[in-house]
Design a protein around this ligand. Structure first.
Ligand SMILES: [Zn+2]
Length: 62
Protein backbone atom coordinates (compact mmCIF):
# COMPACT_ATOMS: atom_id res chain seq x y z
CA UNK A 1 0.00 0.00 0.00
CA UNK A 2 1.02 3.60 -0.31
CA UNK A 3 1.48 6.04 -3.08
CA UNK A 4 4.29 6.60 -5.49
CA UNK A 5 5.86 10.01 -5.65
CA UNK A 6 6.09 11.26 -9.20
CA UNK A 7 9.23 13.24 -8.42
CA UNK A 8 11.46 10.65 -6.73
CA UNK A 9 9.50 7.71 -8.13
CA UNK A 10 9.47 5.89 -4.80
CA UNK A 11 6.42 4.29 -3.26
CA UNK A 12 5.85 5.78 0.15
CA UNK A 13 3.29 5.48 2.92
CA UNK A 14 0.31 7.82 3.11
CA UNK A 15 2.03 9.60 6.00
CA UNK A 16 4.79 10.63 3.62
CA UNK A 17 2.35 12.77 1.68
CA UNK A 18 0.82 15.97 2.96
CA UNK A 19 -2.76 16.81 1.97
CA UNK A 20 -1.68 18.91 -0.97
CA UNK A 21 1.23 16.66 -1.87
CA UNK A 22 -1.08 13.66 -1.82
CA UNK A 23 -3.20 15.22 -4.54
CA UNK A 24 -0.14 16.21 -6.55
CA UNK A 25 1.63 12.87 -5.98
CA UNK A 26 4.61 14.60 -4.46
CA UNK A 27 5.94 13.32 -1.13
CA UNK A 28 6.73 15.69 1.73
CA UNK A 29 10.44 15.42 1.07
CA UNK A 30 10.13 16.33 -2.60
CA UNK A 31 7.55 19.05 -1.91
CA UNK A 32 10.32 20.92 -0.11
CA UNK A 33 12.17 21.32 -3.38
CA UNK A 34 12.05 24.71 -5.06
CA UNK A 35 9.05 25.01 -7.37
CA UNK A 36 11.36 25.50 -10.33
CA UNK A 37 13.02 22.15 -9.68
CA UNK A 38 9.70 20.32 -9.61
CA UNK A 39 8.60 22.05 -12.80
CA UNK A 40 11.86 21.05 -14.49
CA UNK A 41 11.24 17.41 -13.56
CA UNK A 42 7.68 17.67 -14.86
CA UNK A 43 8.96 18.99 -18.16
CA UNK A 44 11.47 16.15 -18.44
CA UNK A 45 8.65 13.68 -17.83
CA UNK A 46 6.59 15.23 -20.59
CA UNK A 47 9.54 15.14 -22.99
CA UNK A 48 10.18 11.49 -22.06
CA UNK A 49 6.56 10.57 -22.74
CA UNK A 50 6.68 12.41 -26.03
CA UNK A 51 9.86 10.61 -27.12
CA UNK A 52 8.48 7.24 -26.05
CA UNK A 53 5.21 7.91 -27.85
CA UNK A 54 6.92 8.96 -31.06
CA UNK A 55 9.17 5.91 -30.95
CA UNK A 56 6.19 3.60 -30.56
CA UNK A 57 4.47 5.44 -33.38
CA UNK A 58 7.44 4.82 -35.62
CA UNK A 59 7.47 1.12 -34.77
CA UNK A 60 3.83 0.84 -35.75
CA UNK A 61 4.52 2.47 -39.11
CA UNK A 62 7.13 -0.13 -40.06
ZN1 LIG B 1 9.32 12.09 -3.50
Amino acid sequence: MGHSCRICGKTKSNESFSGKGHKNHICKKCSQWPKGEIEAIDQQEEIGKFLLGSREGRLLNI
